[in-house]
Design a protein around this ligand. Structure first.
Ligand code: ATP
Ligand code: MG
Length: 144
């Protein structure tokens, strides 16, 4: 089964490393102008997923949560990654002030944590992933 088909069915990951590895494999096949909206509660693995995507893009700089910087830019050999954490954004108007449209075209890939803070800003062709931790403590990821 392709990585996309597996993700649509939903994958349980047993470690952060496994999450990163799946994210890297998936990201390597993404179009060059992809926007990825990462839905999920605190600690569900959104930043961990972006770390894996970065590896898939040939990025070697460390990817950490941009909660205080709002977004971080990571140049890679295969793609440029922008990692946005919308958690602290007041709303769509503030997102518009960031002029993120620049990052919606090739070779930029925009990964967004807490996309529900800026729902009307998210481009209609964005990929949506749902991450969650089950009652048993296991992490799951599913592509909508
Ligand atoms: N299978 C797994 N997949 C992802 N993360 C896992 C897994 N197992 C354990 N973890 C741990 O869960 C935590 C996930 O944290 P992460 O920062 O990625 O979440 P987040 O969704 O970005 O949270 P926040 O909303 O605070 O930004 C990390 O400490 C990671 O090591
Ligand atoms: Mg995070």
């Amino acid at each position: 089964m392709s990585i996309c088909a597996r993700l649509k069915a939903g994958i349980e990951t047993r470690s952060a490393e496994e999450t990163r590895s799946i994210a890297a494999e998936w990201a390597a096949g993404l179009p060059a102008d992809a926007t990825v909206a990462l839905h999920g509660d605190l600690g569900s693995g959104k930043t961990t997923w972006v770390q894996g995507m970065a590896t898939g893009f040939g990025i070697t700089s460390p990817v950490t949560s941009p909660t205080f910087t709002i977004y971080n830019v990571h140049p890679g050999t295969l793609r440029m990654l922008v990692h946005l954490d919308a958690y602290r954004l007041a709303g769509v108007a503030q997102a518009e002030d960031l002029l993120l449209e620049e990052f919606l075209v090739s070779p930029w890939c925009l990964a967004i944590e807490w996309p529900e803070k800026i729902p009307t800003w998210i481009p209609p062709d964005a990929w949506h992933l749902d991450l969650e931790v089950g009652a048993d403590g296991r992490h799951h990821v599913r592509l909508r």
